[in-house]
Design a protein around this ligand. Structure first.
Ligand code: GUN
Length: 302
C-alpha cells in the first residue's frame, strides 16, 4: 500500500517558513503585499482567491483582492494592472484565470511587470525558468510538486517522469524543472493526442497527471512501485455531499494507491502546495524589492 503524501502538512510547514521570512522583512521595514485580480463571479475562482487572501494574512502579509465586474473592458483591466505595477505596497500581482471569454488572458499576463509576476506566467519568467535562470518566478503548482519530491525524498535522478498534460500552468514548466541539472530526470510529456497513453504511463517511475478528467488514470496504467502526483481538481456532482459536489482528481485513487510507492490524494495533495509556493514567491518578490531599494537609496527619496 502506498505512502499517502500529506500535502496539507508539507504546505503548513512551508507557510511557517514563509511567516518567519515575512516577520524578518517587516522588522526591516517592508510588508510583503500580494494583489489578486478577479474578473467576474466564477464560483471556483472566488473560493481560490479567498483561500489565497486568507493565507497571505495568516502569514503576516498584506493582501488586496480586486474583484471587477464580468463586463470589465480590456482597457479597464490593463489600467488596473498598470496601477498595481506602479504601487510600491504591492510586490506580487496575480490575475486569476480563467478570465471571461471577451478578455484574452495573454494580453493581461504580459502586462504584469515581470518582477511582480509571482504566478510566473509572463513570457520573461517562462523563458527564465526554461533557461534555468533563478532570478525569475516559477509557477506555484510545478514548484509545489518539486518541493514535495524534495521533502518526501523521492529521487528523480536518471528516473523516468511521465507527465500527462501540456499546460503552461503546470506541465511545461514542470518538465523543464525536472530535466534540469540537479533533478536530472528523463521526462516524457503526453497529451490528448498521444497514441496509447497507457503504454507511456506504465513506463513511469514518477507519474504526474494534470488534465482535469476524473478517473483518467486506472490501476492498469501504472507501474508497480511508481510514485503518483495527481494535479486534477474537478467538481463532480454528488447529491449525498452537503455541498452537492465532491472534488475529484484524475487518478482512480484506491485502485492505483494499492500498487504505488507514494501517491498524492485529492484534495490534500498537490493543491495546498500551490498556495504555499505562491506565498513564497511573493516573499521573494518583496525581498528583491527591499534589497534593490536599499542598494539605490538616493533614487528612492528623489
Ligand atoms: N487559476 C487556476 N490556477 C491558477 C493559478 O495558479 N494562477 C492563476 N492566476 N489563476 C489560476
Amino acid at each position: 500500500m502506498a505512502r499517502i503524501i500529506d500535502g496539507t502538512a508539507v504546505a503548513r510547514s512551508i507557510r511557517e517558513e514563509v511567516a518567519a521570512q515575512v516577520a524578518q522583512l517587516r522588522a526591516e521595514g517592508t510588508v510583503p503585499g500580494l494583489a489578486v485580480v478577479l474578473v467576474g463571479n466564477d464560483g471556483a475562482s472566488e473560493v481560490y482567491v479567498r483561500g489565497k487572501a486568507r493565507a497571505c494574512e495568516a502569514a503576516g502579509m498584506h493582501s488586496r483582492v480586486l474583484q471587477l465586474p464580468a463586463e470589465t473592458s480590456a482597457d479597464e483591466l490593463l489600467g488596473t494592472i498598470d496601477g498595481l505595477n506602479a504601487d510600491p505596497d504591492i510586490h506580487g500581482i496575480l490575475v486569476q484565470l480563467p478570465l471571461p471569454p471577451h478578455l484574452n488572458s495573454k494580453t493581461f499576463l504580459e502586462r504584469v511587470a515581470p518582477h511582480k509576476d509571482v504566478d510566473g506566467f509572463h513570457p520573461m519568467n517562462v523563458g527564465r525558468a526554461f533557461v534555468g535562470d533563478p532570478n525569475g518566478f516559477v509557477p506555484a503548482t510545478p514548484e509545489g510538486i518539486m518541493e514535495l519530491l524534495r521533502r518526501e525524498r523521492i529521487d528523480t535522478h536518471g528516473r523516468h517522469v511521465v507527465i500527462v498534460g501540456r499546460s503552461l500552468i503546470v506541465s511545461k514548466p514542470l518538465a523543464s524543472l525536472l530535466m534540469a541539472p540537479g533533478p536530472n530526470a528523463t521526462v516524457t510529456l503526453c497529451h490528448r493526442h498521444t497514441v496509447d497513453l497507457a503504454q507511456h504511463t506504465r513506463m513511469a517511475d514518477i507519474l504526474v497527471v494534470a488534465v482535469g478528467k476524473p478517473g483518467l488514470i486506472t490501476a492498469d496504467m501504472v507501474k508497480e512501485g511508481a510514485a503518483v502526483f495527481d494535479v486534477g481538481v474537478t467538481r463532480v456532482e454528488d447529491p449525498t455531499s452537503p455541498r452537492g459536489y465532491v472534488i475529484k482528481g484524475d487518478v482512480d485513487f484506491d485502485a492505483v494507491a494499492a500498487k504505488t510507492s507514494a501517491i498524492t490524494p485529492v484534495p490534500g495533495g498537490v493543491g495546498p502546495m500551490t498556495i504555499a509556493m505562491l506565498l513564497r514567491n511573493t516573499v521573494t518578490a518583496a525581498r528583491r524589492a527591499h534589497e534593490s531599494a536599499r542598494r539605490r537609496p538616493a533614487a528612492a527619496v528623489r
